[in-house]
Ligand binder design. Structure first.
Ligand code: KG4
Ligand code: ZN
Length: 354
């Protein structure tokens, strides 16, 4: 069976084609994918402009679909199911992917299937060469979500803890903005710290909820602390953040990254201890962070815990993870694709409500 997956929840348009045999448990195979990122378009505004995002998705989704069909030497009529990101995300952006997917499905008289964006992230390590087995603890760290979960199988998720305010990605992005770095700031902040050998002990920044005794996170206070620190340093040097010497900025970046990574690592290890699971999956955009990977690799190696990350190209939003999640849901019998003339999107949608 061939499944086309369409992702359009935020600022990336992604399309992919996956093949799955529903009569076996063999992992689905990715046949091809195409991606367009809107980062350059939103950069002058310092963040995603929802209306621009929707308009751009409209222009990209069909050419990207054609590109995937061309590279895989398939045609629209070969497709058996059309999957799309149904939520969570920006309403207008989601509507583009959902509308195109459901219109294509209706025109081809094929069923469609709505996918939860975070389930796409969660299952993205299955696109790699060393996919995990169930069960595992999942640390899901994206621009909008920070969650720890116990994952027993496809669709069988128990929330262990989550952020009570900002997500880790948001903390990276907001701090990066305070340092005058371009959107989306996570990777720029991380690169600045690495390239200019930032000292992560230069500034003592808070590790919110580190000792709360539960597995929840809070990053809003950290952003405030970074803001106060940057203002103090700007005042001292009588310069705006972006005019400060790179070494000073790198120290702030390294200290901020260390605070975020420290909390993520400690809470993740507490989740592994609590569940007694010996396998960890890290997914979502922040999962691309090299400091986070280094620290998790070091500590899990000591404790004999197996760690799986998605390949870097599948950490941030893409169509492959959506097609893959759809295939795995169909294969596990969690969901069936339906022939539907009506569709809706779910801008707010809790993964635990699946
Ligand atoms: O999963 P994702 O692509 O989008 C959402 O579903 O939210 O995650 C995007 C987030 C952004 O906050 C971005 O700054 C962050 O992931 N990110 C990183 C890195 N690469 C992406 N944060 C820290 N270090 C990175 N290398
Ligand atoms: Zn995402």
């Amino acid at each position: 069976m061939l499944i086309l997956g369409i992702e359009s929840s935020c600022d990336e348009t992604g399309v992919a084609l996956v093949e799955v045999d529903l009569n076996t448990q063999k992992l689905p195979t990715l046949l091809g994918h195409a991606l367009h990122t809107q980062i350059a378009m939103h950069q002058p505004f310092g963040g995603v402009v929802p209306e621009l995002a929707s308009r751009d998705h409209i222009q990209r989704v069909l050419p990207l679909t054609q590109n995937v069909l061309d590279t895989t030497r398939k045609t629209l009529t070969d497709i058996d199911v059309i999957a799309y990101t149904q939520g969570p995300g920006l309403a207008g952006a989601l509507l583009v992917g959902a509308g195109v997917a459901c219109a294509l499905a209706a025109a081809l008289d094929k069923p469609s299937l709505g996918v939860h964006h975070l389930e796409g992230h969660l299952l993205s390590p299955f696109l790699g060469d060393s996919p995990p087995s169930f069960p595992f603890v999942a640390l899901l760290v994206s621009g909008g979500h920070t969650q720890l979960m116990s994952v027993q199988g496809v669709g069988d998720y128990t929330l262990l803890g989550e952020s009570v305010d900002d997500a880790a990605g948001e903390a990276f992005d907001k701090s990066a903005k305070l340092l005058g770095l371009p959107y989306p700031g996570g990777v720029h902040l991380s690169n600045l710290a690495a390239e200019h050998r930032g000292n992560e002990k230069a500034h003592a920044l808070p590790r919110p909820l580190l000792h709360s005794g539960d597995l929840n996170f809070s990053f809003a206070g950290l952003k405030t602390a970074v803001s106060v620190l940057v203002k103090k340093i700007e005042l001292h040097h009588q310069l705006h953040a972006e005019q400060l010497p790179k070494t000073i900025l790198a120290d702030i970046a390294a200290s901020t990254q260390a605070a975020i990574v420290d909390v993520l690592v400690k809470k993740t290890m507490a989740a592994l201890q609590k569940t007694k699971l010996k396998r960890l999956v890290v997914a979502g955009g922040v999962g691309a962070n090299s400091k986070l990977r280094q620290q998790l690799n070091a500590i899990t190696a000591l404790l004999g815990i197996e760690v799986h990350y998605p390949q870097l190209q599948w950490c941030t939003d893409n169509g492959a993870m959506i097609a893959m999640a759809a295939a795995m849901r169909l294969q596990s019998g969690q969901q069936q694709a339906t022939r539907n003339m009506a569709f809706n999107v779910k801008p707010r949608w809790d993964l635990m409500d699946l």
